[in-house]
Ligand binder design. Structure first.
Ligand code: SF4
Ligand code: SF4
Length: 131
């Protein structure tokens, strides 16, 4: 799979951008509805995707190996589905042929009342169920 094909697996939902907390003892990962300042509130996607790892050092680039390790990724994530050898959601752009089909389906980041990260934010006030 070349880079373009790999990128096309991403449905652009933006859900992996939600800030997560990890329990120091159990390693359990929980989601918040907080996003970083580069999250575009109109599209739900990254406003500076090419420089994401430089802008936000904790922002990781997904590889096939990492997808297998990152079981915290949303169940609807195209990469997780590929990893489970399951079917992509009906609304995935590869099924609809429409780039904005996540937004049109009312799923993804924009379906969540988001808070933009800021200093001294208590993340525990913004916990949500895993999307
Ligand atoms: S959760 Fe998966 S499909 Fe959604 S934006 Fe992140 S990598 Fe792409
Ligand atoms: S830098 Fe971009 S890709 Fe990374 S978490 Fe923020 S919005 Fe998401």
């Amino acid at each position: 799979m070349n880079e373009t094909e790999w990128e096309s697996i991403c449905d652009g939902c933006g859900l992996c951008c939600l800030i997560k907390l990890e329990d120091a003892e159990t390693a359990e990962i929980v989601y918040t509805r907080v996003v970083c300042e580069y999250s575009d509130q109109q599209t739900g996607q990254c406003s500076d995707y090419a420089n994401r790892s430089k802008n936000v050092p904790t922002c990781v680039s997904l590889t096939r190996k990492k997808v297998t390790e990152f079981d915290w990724l949303p169940d609807s994530c195209g990469y997780r589905i590929l990893d489970r050898v399951a079917k992509l959601a009906k609304w995935h752009p590869l099924n609809t042929g429409i780039t904005e089909s996540v937004k049109l389906a009312g799923v993804g980041l924009l379906a969540i009342p988001l808070i933009v990260n800021q200093p001294n934010l208590d993340y525990e006030d913004y916990l949500i169920d895993k999307p």
